[in-house]
Design a protein around this ligand. Structure first.
Ligand SMILES: [Ca+2]
Ligand SMILES: [Ca+2]
Length: 175
């Protein structure tokens, strides 16, 4: 298993009992590999970290876009100042008609809609966990070193292609 040194996404086996993502301990019983064909999700938990630099924060909306299905989800406004520089913003919200199978590598984007003042957003990291109808946690995206703009005025553009975790990266060693 790859160990990441950035503490936000530190993935550490804890005595064979589970996995730490950020500051949350997921027990081995709670983490699951999505079955072939996917499983229905009832919530998404998304944590976006904004870099610590001038202009990094944004008041724009961020969308999760699924290119294969055409689904588009606007991340709901959270209490306080979302996506301010040098902060993490956590979104936990209900979803309908969404499956782990929607998270196909190469087809899921985070998109900045380029609205409001200071729209360019400098993303440091992205964590996405799906909470299944079965109550299990599906680790979907853990990008710790994004470190780029989502911006209409920068060459990278407004959308970030998400690196969907491969099954072996979610791995839970039981022995
Ligand atoms: Ca807010
Ligand atoms: Ca900005």
């Amino acid at each position: 298993m790859q160990a990441n040194r950035r503490e936000f996404f530190q993935k550490t086996l804890v005595g064979g009992t589970g996995l730490i993502v950020g500051t949350t301990l997921f027990s081995n019983q709670a983490i699951a590999q999505p079955p072939i064909g996917g499983t229905s999700l009832r919530q998404l938990w998304i944590v976006l970290r904004t870099e610590d630099r001038d202009g990094a924060g944004t008041n724009a909306n961020i969308f999760l876009e699924f290119l294969q299905s055409g689904k588009s989800i606007r991340l709901p406004d959270q209490p306080g100042n979302d996506l301010a520089a040098a902060t993490s913003t956590s979104y936990l919200f209900n979803v309908t008609n969404l499956s782990t199978a929607d998270f196909v590598r190469g087809s899921v984007l985070l998109r900045n809609d380029n609205t409001g003042d200071g729209a360019p957003w400098r993303c440091e990291s992205v964590l996405i966990v799906g909470i299944g109808e079965d109550g299990k946690y599906y680790l979907l995206v853990a990008m710790s070193n994004v470190d780029r703009w989502l911006s209409a005025s920068d060459p990278e553009g407004l959308a970030l292609l998400l690196d969907i975790l491969k099954p072996e990266e979610i791995g839970i060693r039981t022995s």
